[in-house]
Design a binder for this molecule. Structure first.
Ligand code: ZN
Length: 378
């Protein structure tokens, strides 16, 4: 009894030190968006997928997905899928990962240190998926609502020991194996050194819209929307993510070298950013927009028949809990306990040939390895 009282006292004293403020947020009357119902024709097929689309919801744990689902009348395309797994996300050095280490785990199939972009523990460049599959004639692209030098997209084309090295990351772009990118933003690119801008423009046709049909035919295309066009939904972004994602799929399929296939990474980056700010409503809007991009990928997979779509996250952000909602009225609310990432495993959804390979519990680096093995035919 005495021990229990002492323990309770000790906890009462210790708790305020470690505990963080719980921030509540809610969303009301969300305009409903439909979900796409997959055909499941190619789902779980045993043939090698020609194309792989990896969709990373930055900071997207089950609570973030559920918030979007409840607020949208119990509808999300991702929730219509059948092959599910869990992904553990810790980095080589930290219990809780950042987007750089987790992005590198997905992109290169290795565990590394927080802040690392495409380098191993010894800071040596680690080959990424676009570099590895290019040797097989497979083309690659990235799409993100983050800056292109943001940790997640950067892991798929750059090799730098610190995610903050924006100029060096942009300078890696012309050396990369990407043939398509769409990410933020025009203003950011124009503030890079002239030599970097010149080098990027020598390799990519750099545009600020996708409207000219001639763009679809160039060898390598870079789409840089304005800061607002790639910014938060609540600040005026419209259809940048789903539209660019679909454009990327068609562009890469068209450019796939003698039909050898493609790899595409699509990131919903601002789910994480909204959670860092403990902005529940903004997060839900970002989640619903990410689901529109997911619907585009699943539709493409159904049309194509040879495409595997993998949807997961690099980590959860905010330690979000959801306990209140009214799906019929488009309402949900949640509580955040952190302003940083949490270490809880994140859900993975897969659709298409070999979706079954991604069931069960796996490390984020294993997901990267499986993608490499499937595309290179190992
Ligand atoms: Zn984050």
């Amino acid at each position: 009894m005495k021990k229990t009282i002492l323990l309770t006292l000790a906890l009462a004293v210790a708790m305020p030190l470690g505990a963080q403020t719980i921030v509540n947020g809610s969303i009301k009357s969300v305009p409903r968006q439909g979900s796409y119902q997959p055909t499941f024709k190619s789902d779980g097929a045993n043939k090698k997928p020609l194309n792989i689309i990896l969709m990373i919801g930055d900071g997207t744990g089950l609570a973030q997905i559920a918030s979007g689902y409840f607020a949208n009348n119990n509808q999300l395309t991702v929730m219509n899928l059948k092959h599910l797994g869990l992904v553990t996300t810790r980095s080589a050095t930290d219990f809780t990962t950042d987007s750089a280490a987790s992005g590198t785990a997905y992109a290169c199939g290795i565990k590394t240190f927080n802040y690392a972009i495409g380098v191993d523990l010894a800071k040596n460049p680690a080959p990424n998926i676009p570099e590895i599959v290019a040797k097989k004639g497979i083309v690659s692209g990235v799409v993100s609502t983050d800056a292109l030098d943001g940790a997640t997209p950067a892991a798929f084309f750059a090799h730098q020991p610190n995610r903050g090295m924006a100029n060096e990351i942009w300078a890696d772009l012309p050396e990369s194996e990407l043939i398509f990118f769409a990410a933020g933003d025009k203003e950011r690119f124009e503030s890079r050194p002239d030599s970097t801008q010149k080098a990027v423009k020598e390799v990519f046709t750099v545009v600020d819209n996708l409207n000219d049909p001639a763009y679809a035919k160039v060898a390598r295309l870079g789409y840089l929307p304005t800061k607002v066009e790639a910014g938060y939904i609540v600040d005026g972004r419209t259809d940048f993510l789903p539209k660019s994602a679909r454009y990327a799929m068609d562009f890469l399929k068209d450019h796939s070298n003698r039909k050898k296939g493609f790899f595409l990474m699509v990131e919903g980056a601002r789910i994480d950013k909204a959670c860092h700010a403990n902005q529940f409503e903004s997060m839900v809007k970002e989640m619903l927009d990410f689901d529109k991009a997911i619907a585009e990928a699943i539709k493409f997979a159904d049309e194509d028949g040879n495409t595997l779509v993998i949807i997961s996250a690099d980590h959860e952000t905010g330690g979000l809990a959801v306990a209140e909602g009214n799906p019929a009225r488009g309402e949900a609310s949640g509580n955040y306990v952190y302003t940083w990432h949490s270490a809880i495993p994140v859900p993975l959804f897969a659709y298409g040939p070999h979706a079954q390979d991604f069931m069960g519990v796996q490390g984020n680096e294993e997901v990267g390895q499986k993608i490499i093995n499937l595309l290179t035919g190992k």
